[in-house]
Design a protein around this ligand. Structure first.
Ligand code: ZN
Length: 226
């Protein structure tokens, strides 16, 4: 059913419009490509919400609530196990409702800030009606269907280092060979503005293998729990 489509794109830390980000998002729109946006509900501006509402090829997963670290410097997590369950529930539900209200559609997926959250937080997400989780490597057992985004567009963040497009493609191929699918992760604010043509090249070359907007629901249902 999915044919060659085995890649998805996930852009993190979405909440406000700025030139570089809008340039990247517009490329997805112009190419008719699907893109998963990890949106921070507590910071989402009406301007960005309205842009997302206007463009049907984006899907939205909730990205924390305020994207604030309450874990440790070594294990950053907005909802570590020591936060009271009632607090977790109220905050995560508040974020979900705000997103749904501003976007005018249901939000059923979650991307934890720093790609990790605790076991109790995963249980709270299940209880709130979330069905999908896109995180990193360290996913704890959960009933949520998982779609990890393990391949980063940047080779390194400190210092920022861009890898040749061929390297990104090699990582994607390895991931597809191992797991059948791959997710490509973008933190646009960390990518130097003069590297935007390079990023455009990455997007263009990934286009033929990208899950199209119309097949996104099928792709989601093909994922299994962790
Ligand atoms: Zn983030």
């Amino acid at each position: 059913m999915l044919g060659n489509a085995c890649l998805f794109h996930r852009i993190d830390d979405i909440y406000r419009c700025y030139d570089e980000l809008m340039g990247v998002l517009d490329q997805f729109v112009e190419r008719g490509m699907h893109c998963l946006l990890a949106v921070i509900p507590g910071k989402l501006t009406p301007e960005m919400a309205s842009y997302i509402r206007r463009n049907g090829n984006f899907s939205v997963f909730q990205h924390g609530v305020l994207h604030a670290n309450r874990g440790t410097p070594a294990r950053r997590d907005e909802f570590p196990a020591d936060i009271a369950r009632e607090t977790m529930t109220a905050e995560l539900q508040g974020g979900k409702l705000r997103l749904e209200d501003m976007l005018g559609s249901r939000v059923e997926g979650y991307v934890p800030p720093w790609n990790f959250t605790s076991g109790p937080a995963l249980q709270v997400l299940e209880g709130l009606g979330f069905r999908y989780l896109s995180a990193g490597n360290a996913v704890l057992p959960t009933a949520l269907r998982t779609l990890p985004a393990r391949v980063d567009t940047l080779a390194s963040y400190r210092p920022v280092r861009v890898a040749p497009v061929e390297h990104v493609e090699k990582h994607l191929r390895k991931e597809v060979a191992a797991r059948g699918t791959a997710g490509l992760l973008y933190h646009v604010k960390d990518i130097p503005p003069d590297e935007m043509p390079w990023l455009g090249n990455v997007i263009r070359r990934a286009a033929p293998l990208t899950v199209p907007p119309g097949l996104w629901p099928v792709f989601l249902e093909s994922r299994s729990a962790a």
